[in-house]
Design a protein around this ligand. Structure first.
Ligand code: GLA
Length: 392
């Protein structure tokens, strides 16, 4: 969405003219590798997408904050001092949760605002539409209030909004990627310390193809929490022998080999093995990208999926079918599920000459085998949260 277009939509919704209207954008994210690692304190390698959430904002003088979106019919108008007192169980809880976190950190809104959103990320597809709403809200309101908008701080407070206000127990990866993305770069993030660096992601003739299974992620919240507790339990057992280990992903494969005898429950052994090996795969992926060895990177993507399917058990029939069909296409270097799992999207690295065939053949086989229509997005790596300026 262009800035001018968003201003026009804003004016038709909220009235007045473009004076005082500022427009901000935050992307969605795709995780390239490092799945279910963030809450285990290890490395992840997400990237920002070229599509996301656009937010037009203007101050208002009556001390109320209005929320509206082009995507969903629900709107709200809440007095500043009432914000956060009552949950709506609607999308508005995401921005309100952010406002509550901003206040805890010393930024109380000094006036009311009109907030008008336009989302391009399919909801519930595992491409972080909620993190995108949170991060764009935090960045926009800090900017409107004339406060420094530190992107790491924004990621942390947005995650807190999701954990504490919305009530979803997610890790830091999504908000971090959405806030700190950079064009043509992936983000290597150490989730324990939040140290990060931008890793060039120039794939030449190869394109990222995101495949949306359009499978509703029904079980995702309960299964997500179940995996988190299994990891906590595995860590507790490991710490009986090695109390210096603070997170599962702190274990190198060698050290894990020495300690894994403590995990005498098979399911815990499988979960921990995934975490340790996936974390190691992220570092290998970064080396492969640095060496421009995309074939090696693709193999690591494949290994990641297989581990999520067999050891971490967060895949599902639809994801497995899409990945399996993707790998049959010549020119596909790697394919895996991305995000929490149990539905949502796959990500594949596909030669540009094969992309058309990929979309047709994977789409057709997927439909035949699952009865569902998949959607495919051929996507470059976009920018993190920013104010849209000068674009028409
Ligand atoms: C979801 C969560 C993230 C992360 C991924 C799995 O996207 O929001 O914090 O845990 O699942 O890697």
């Amino acid at each position: 969405m262009k800035k001018k277009e968003m201003e026009q939509l804003f004016i038709s919704k909220c009235g007045g003219n473009a004076e005082g209207v500022r427009v901000f954008n935050a992307p969605g994210r795709v995780n390239l590798i490092g799945e279910h690692i963030d809450y285990n304190g290890g490395y992840v390698l997400p990237a920002a997408l070229e599509f996301g959430t656009t937010l037009a904002v203007r101050k208002r003088e009556d001390g109320k904050v209005s929320f509206a979106s082009t995507n969903l019919p629900y709107t709200a108008e809440i007095a500043v001092e009432e914000l956060g007192k009552e949950k709506t169980e609607e999308w508005v809880d995401y921005p309100v949760g952010v406002i509550v976190e901003l206040a805890k950190r010393g930024t109380n809104l000094s006036s009311g605002y009109d907030l008008f959103y336009h989302g391009e990320i399919p909801n519930g597809a595992g491409l972080s539409s909620s993190a995108s709403i949170e991060v764009v809200t935090a960045f926009a309101l800090l900017s409107m209030e004339g406060k420094p908008a530190d992107k790491v701080e924004i990621a942390v407070l947005s995650q807190k909004a999701e954990n504490l206000y919305v009530g979803v127990n997610s890790g830091i990866m999504d908000q971090f990627a959405v806030a700190n993305g950079a064009i043509d770069h992936a983000i290597l993030l150490m989730c324990d310390t939040l140290e990060y660096k931008h890793v060039p992601f120039k794939t030449g003739a190869y394109k990222l193809v995101i495949g949306n299974t359009n499978k509703r992620r029904g079980l995702v919240d309960s299964k997500y929490n179940e995996r988190r507790s299994e990891c906590d339990e595995a860590l507790r057992l490991i710490r009986e022998k090695a109390p210096e280990i603070e997170f599962l992903a702190q274990l190198t494969p060698e050290r894990f080999g020495e300690l894994k005898g403590k995990l005498n429950i098979e399911v815990l052994l499988k979960r921990a093995t995934h975490v340790v090996e996936e974390n190691a795969r992220v570092l290998k992926s970064v080396d492969a990208l640095a060496a421009n060895d995309l074939a090696a990177f693709g193999s690591l993507m494949n290994a990641s999926h297989d581990s999520l399917r067999d050891l971490y058990e967060v895949s599902c029939l639809e994801l497995d079918v899409m990945v399996e069909e993707a790998r049959k296409i010549e020119g596909t270097l790697g394919s895996r599920m991305t995000g929490a799992g149990f539905g949502g999207c796959t990500v594949s690295l596909v030669h540009e000459d094969s992309v058309e065939r990929f979309v047709q053949e994977v789409g057709a086989a997927y439909k035949e085998r699952t009865g569902l229509e998949g959607d495919f997005y051929v996507c470059g790596v976009g920018d993190g949260v920013h104010e849209m300026k000068g674009e028409n």
